[in-house]
Design a protein. Structure first.
Length: 330
């Protein structure tokens, strides 16, 4: 999902058709900067790239005339939308339907150019016109939408231009979703949650993108989602706590959480605040479920020991060389 970063920019991952009409989509990290009036995309989150890494694509917001759903134009591309910019159409794929809607709304709202108007100028202009004709003056604003000037009435002078970036672009936090269940190929355990995150290395302290898989008893990370052998397996019984990282400002990382184990603290960066909270909730839930099962199994074993009847072996009573009877005593 798109989110607002520390610099008040809209950020998130999308797939873009690099060459028009090629049908080949590439994963890129997009930054919608309304202050600079541009849409940039990078190979990855710039925080994970070398210092000074340049963007691989750029689009000025002034060239964008319309952004709309393109699922009918590209039926094979799921959750596809199109950016119309001059003579070129940019086709992009979102992660899901909600992601598509939020990006389309954000881009359309960002391309609306509002002509700034100070309260002083509005007040002086109203006084001038009132002195000329005693007509009721109504504040208004002028917007350039798709090259057409649109004048609309506002309710109050002070209401124009006071919304923050997240509200202005119509972004909202999606509701918390339950962790999805599926099975990874070659594994017997049910997968609670899986996806890409960025992890800090143990020795070099560099950041690398890894594919994480959370299961009932462990969390593993792989070099990619195509790999079968994990780079490391973290047993949930060794995890003391998982929480949002308190040092994210110092480490200059958005959406950062930490997994504290007996031997090491793992710092993991998600792609969005929703993803970060989703991972924390899923891992915490798996730990609680595992420890609850462990306590239940131990109590059942203890109950069996206390409730099992003692069985005495039969002993024949022999008197004068003959057996009088055999019995089982319970």
């Amino acid at each position: 999902m798109p989110y607002v970063d520390r610099q008040n920019r809209i950020c998130g991952f999308l797939d873009i058709e690099d060459v028009e009409n090629s049908g080949k989509f590439l994963r890129r990290y997009f930054i919608l900067d309304t202050q600079q009036g541009s849409l940039l995309w990078y190979m990855d989150n710039p925080q994970n790239l070398p210092v000074g890494a340049k963007h691989v694509g750029f689009l000025s917001l002034t060239y964008i005339s319309k952004v709309s759903d393109a699922t009918k134009q590209r039926p094979k591309a799921e959750y596809c939308f199109v950016i119309n910019a001059g003579m070129r159409k940019y086709f992009l794929q979102a992660n899901d339907q909600q992601d598509l809607v939020e990006w389309v709304n954000a881009l359309n709202n960002a391309t609306k150019i509002t002509v700034p108007k100070s309260s002083d100028s509005v007040h002086s202009e109203s006084q001038k016109l009132t002195s000329n004709g005693n007509k009721k003056q109504v504040p208004y604003k002028t917007e350039i939408i798709a090259g057409v000037a649109v004048v609309t009435q506002t309710q109050q002078d002070g209401e124009v231009g006071h919304s923050v970036a997240g509200e202005k672009l119509g972004l909202r936090k999606p509701p918390n979703r339950p962790p999805y269940l599926h099975t990874r190929a070659g594994q017997d355990q049910a997968v609670i949650k899986a996806g890409y995150c960025v992890k800090q290395g143990a020795l070099m302290k560099n950041w690398k993108r890894r594919y994480f898989v959370l299961e009932q008893n462990s969390m593993s990370y792989f070099k990619s989602d195509l790999e079968k052998e994990p780079l490391r397996i973290i047993l949930l019984k060794e995890v003391h706590k998982v929480q949002e990282c308190k040092h994210s400002e110092i480490m200059m990382r958005d959406n950062l959480f930490e997994v504290v184990t007996t031997s090491r603290t793992f710092f993991v960066q998600a792609d969005s605040p929703e993803e970060m909270h989703g991972w924390i909730k899923a891992i915490s839930g798996a730990i609680v479920a595992q420890r609850g099962q462990g306590r239940s199994a131990a109590s059942m074993r203890q109950a069996r020991r206390h409730s099992s009847p003692c069985i005495q072996r039969y002993t024949p009573r022999v008197t004068q060389g003959s057996t009088e009877g055999h019995s089982w005593a319970l």
